[in-house]
Design a protein around this ligand. Structure first.
Ligand code: TRP
Length: 334
């Protein structure tokens, strides 16, 4: 493998949405020719706050793989793999856990935000608190150079690099390589409710497989300016979700600027904006939806791609684990 390595992926908690696309899938598509990408479908991580729904997580492995294929990630250039099929990652996690304090884990801003959103304060699973360490294992196991992710994953990369430095220092071997994050062009795509980032669990997402009717209904529901009652009223563009989306998906940004000026002056209705956005999103999603439907015809083949990829991934993780055990001078098997 002579190309530099990318390691990135997603939790299989549901099908992927536009937030995933602008946050990281777009970068993966752009980079797939120049890097060897390992794409982790992180079912073990998904279980840390969904341990009571293993069936749902298992079923969504297929959904995520379908989304990868549908957006155009080529399984011949990328290795799709499933986290729980690589037990070496668990052993690495256990060794890395000694290098991280509970206080440090409790300060992770993404984890803190998730604990708040999911109301886990009173019943925080230990496995959830430590998932950034297991994510460090995901990344370091592959000797990755680059990790294309959404903005919310930046703290995980920092944690990963702290672990790599600590390991190399304590065990006096330059065994683990620090990685660089590559953040998507749009840090966070807002959800259709305008209240938080797009996420399936918040029910504010537009999915990559959504039908035209879904797209239309969701754009119709988008949060706009609640004080813009009559078309003639002057309106506010900030926090107007339709405008946030036009900023990202409209190729004609000059016109978007004019629409914003018009909206501020008054005399421009939300209906026209919504119609424009519906058309743009349909153009964007239609070819993805079409390819998704094709791949859905043979789910067995899609899972095969993931299983084959997991064998390749496991080989690589095994060789890193050997180096880790050697650096730590652990006992060798007979
Ligand atoms: N935490 C990521 C998410 O929430 C998924 C993930 C697991 C990941 N392991 C990773 C991302 C390693 C990048 C690199 O979707």
């Amino acid at each position: 493998m002579s190309k530099p390595i990318i390691l990135t992926g997603d939790r299989p908690t549901g099908p992927l949405h536009l937030g995933h696309y602008v946050g990281s899938l777009a970068n993966r598509l752009r980079l797939q020719n120049d890097y060897h990408q390992f794409l982790i479908i992180a079912d073990t991580q998904a279980l840390t706050d969904n341990y009571d729904q293993p069936d749902r997580i298992r079923e969504n492995i297929l959904q995520v793989a379908l989304d990868y294929l549908a957006v155009g990630l080529d399984p011949n250039q990328n290795t799709f793999f499933v986290q729980s099929l690589i037990p070496e990652l668990y052993e690495m996690t256990v060794h890395f856990l000694n290098l991280v304090t509970v206080a440090r884990l409790s300060r992770n801003p993404t984890v803190k935000e998730e604990i708040r959103q999911k109301n886990l304060e009173e019943s925080l699973p230990a496995g959830f608190l430590i998932y950034p360490v297991s994510q460090a294992a995901d990344i370091l196991a592959f000797n990755a150079d680059l990790v294309p992710v959404g903005e919310d994953q930046n703290p995980m990369i920092e944690q990963t690099n702290e672990i790599a430095r600590a390991f190399n220092r304590i065990y006096k071997t330059p065994c683990l390589k620090e990685v660089k994050p590559l953040i998507g062009t749009v840090g966070r795509l807002v959800g259709i409710d305008g209240r938080s980032k797009m996420s399936k669990s918040a029910g504010n997402a537009i999915l990559l497989g959504d039908s035209f009717a879904d797209i239309k209904a969701k754009v119709q529901k988008m949060y706009t300016d609640p004080n813009h009652l009559k078309v003639s009223d002057p309106g506010t563009v900030e926090g107007h979700v339709v405008f946030s989306f036009l900023d990202v998906f409209d190729p004609n940004q000059l016109e978007v600027q004019e629409l914003k000026d018009h909206y501020r002056r008054g005399g421009l209705g939300d209906g026209i904006l919504k119609q424009r956005l519906t058309g743009l999103l349909e153009d964007f999603i239609a070819p993805i939806r079409q390819r998704r439907l094709e791949f859905e015809k043979d789910p067995g083949e899609v899972l095969n791609i993931c299983r084959k990829g997991s064998e390749v991934a496991r080989n690589r993780a095994q060789s890193t684990l050997q180096n880790i055990r050697k650096a730590m001078a652990l006992i060798t098997p007979s």
